[in-house]
Design a protein around this ligand. Structure first.
Ligand SMILES: Nc1ncnc2c1ncn2[C@@H]1O[C@H](COP(=O)(O)OP(=O)(O)OP(=O)(O)O)[C@@H](O)[C@H]1O
Ligand SMILES: [Mg+2]
Length: 397
């Protein structure tokens, strides 16, 4: 920030013949402090010195370096850029004046001097220069203030973004835990039948041994069957475990396969609740998105549909339809529950909104996050006889 002189302004008069400026000195010495330089080099030295002047009165005709060149150099120097230069000359040609203005001069006074006019011009340019500096200082101050506010704002935004990310991670974890609970029930169901089969095999081995019927071939056969059942159980665990892994990047995957996988994982629940599921699709659609997270979204939406149906009474229907809308693959999931209440429709995708006794209210919020991260969408609406959720992701051929 440049300093504004509070006391009398400092004037630099540049002329090679001191007698020429005697009159000027007399006229201005009361209003200003005055420095004199008898050539261009000396003038430039003062400009670049510790106390540069507030205004320069510059003679044009001088040996070695004329006034035009001195002016050009003053203006080219950072310290002189803002100092007004008034040419003092006998030359009164328009061409000479234009050349001076081209070099950055602020004004002209011609010899012989009209002292009052010179005083008035000097005063005007000092005032203009003072005002300009004042304005520049104000602009500098405001710019600094703005920069500081911007920095503050940026820090705030960064902090908020970090906080939100943390919150989303917690919510994601919560949503996953809820889903895991639901899935454990399904694993238990999936295992019930093969576990019974294993018990039966063991029982058979024992009985055949006691009856003396357990030949080596028979034993091998029973063990082979037991192994097959155990492999099936292990595959079920893999399927369920797969659901809870995360993708870092969007990948291409089949919508139909995702739907079938989700239905397979929930088939026990649906059977138990007497829910009839139909899947209507003409052909498979390949989309790009976060595959595993998408499967979790499907499970969440299907479990919501199941909850809506069971809340209404025993049994019902879920109709799933795959379709294409512009460049997106869309899954429509329609259920025969009571539909969304008006309040629910406006709050569905807000974290912690739930109408269930044991709900966490993060399922649909996370669903939207997961889909939007991959340029997908989720929408909800009421249709005749229940609710419908639409999930879409960009098609990837
Ligand atoms: N198919 C549906 N029919 C009617 N209401 C629904 C349906 N799906 C969601 N809702 C309403 O939206 C609310 C929010 O659903 P969301 O999946 O986000 O949370 P939640 O199911 O309550 O809890 P959770 O976190 O365990 O999933 C539900 O509580 C329910 O009121
Ligand atoms: Mg839910």
């Amino acid at each position: 920030m440049r300093e504004i002189h509070q006391d009398r302004p400092l004037l630099l008069i540049v002329d090679d013949i001191p007698d020429n400026i005697h009159g000027l000195l007399e006229a201005l010495k009361e209003d200003c402090r005055i420095l004199v330089a008898c050539n261009g080099a000396k003038a430039l030295e003062i400009i670049q010195g510790e106390t540069p002047p507030d205004l320069v009165l510059l003679d044009i005709v001088m040996p070695e370096m004329d006034g035009y060149e001195v002016c050009r150099r003053i203006k080219a120097h950072p310290a002189g850029k803002h100092i007004p230069v008034i040419f003092v000359t006998v030359v009164d040609s328009t061409e000479g004046k234009l050349k001076g203005f081209d070099m950055g001069a602020a004004d002209y006074v011609t010899k012989p001097f009209d002292i009052d006019e010179v005083r008035a011009r000097v005063r005007t340019h000092l005032e203009l220069s003072r005002l300009q500096r004042h304005l520049e200082n104000l602009v500098e101050q405001r710019t600094a203030q703005l920069e500081k506010s911007n920095e503050l704002l940026e820090t705030r935004v960064r902090e908020e973004v970090a906080k939100n990310r943390e919150k989303d991670l917690v919510l994601m974890q919560q949503s996953r835990l809820t889903l895991m609970g639901e899935m454990m029930r399904n694993v238990a169901h999936h295992w019930r039948q093969p576990l019974n089969a294993l018990c039966l095999i063991l029982q058979n081995i024992k009985e055949e041994y006691e009856l003396g019927e357990l030949t080596p071939e028979r034993l091998n056969q029973q063990v082979e069957t037991g192994n097959r059942v155990a492999r099936k159980m292990s595959a079920t665990i893999d399927q369920f475990r797969n659901i809870f892994s995360n993708d870092g990047e969007p990948v291409r995957f089949s919508l139909l396969e995702s739907v079938r996988e989700a239905l397979h994982l929930l088939d026990a629940t649906f059977k138990n609740e007497q829910i009839n599921v139909t899947l209507d699709t003409h052909r498979d659609i390949f989309v790009k998105g976060l595959h595993h997270e998408f499967n979790q979204v499907l499970l969440n939406v299907l479990i919501n549909a199941k909850d809506a149906i069971t809340a209404k009474g025993a049994g019902g229907d879920i109709a799933i339809r795959l379709g294409i809308d512009q460049q997106n693959g869309v899954i429509h999931i329609r259920d025969s529950g009571s539909g969304f209440s008006e309040n629910a429709l406006s709050m569905l995708f807000t974290p912690y909104f739930t109408t269930k006794e044991c709900g966490t209210g993060v399922g649909l919020y996370m669903a939207r996050m997961v889909l939007e991260r991959a340029n997908g969408r989720i929408e909800a609406r009421n249709v005749e006889g229940g609710a419908e959720i639409l999930i879409s992701l960009p098609i990837q051929e």
